[in-house]
Design a protein around this ligand. Structure first.
Ligand SMILES: [Zn+2]
Length: 97
């Protein structure tokens, strides 16, 4: 089954969805989509500080969600991104066993 290609809104690299973390909008706040799933409009980002700050600088979140977004604290957001990426990686490993 082909893996859908997604574009990181930070570095603009096209990657497999499994390499990126799904983001969603909760009101005017950007959140890490729980379980990597979300209905409606979404954005994808590498769980990387470089990509996060590149996206902030380029106002990529506002572009992705078509409205101005309030960003959470960078440290808090990075922790959520990394946790979600680790969760997705564990799930991929357990599915392959
Ligand atoms: Zn990236």
């Amino acid at each position: 089954m082909p893996v859908p290609a997604r574009t990181c809104i930070g570095c603009r690299a096209v990657c497999q969805a499994g390499d990126l973390v799904r983001l969603a909008a909760a009101g005017d706040r950007v959140i890490v989509a729980p379980g990597g799933q979300s209905a409606g409009r979404g954005a994808w980002l590498h769980p990387s500080r470089d990509c996060f700050f590149a996206a902030v600088k380029a106002r990529a979140f506002a572009r992705a969600f078509h409205r101005s977004m309030t960003m959470p604290a960078a440290e808090e957001f990075m922790a959520a991104l990394v946790a979600q990426a680790a969760h997705a990686a564990r799930r991929a490993v357990s599915q392959s066993e």
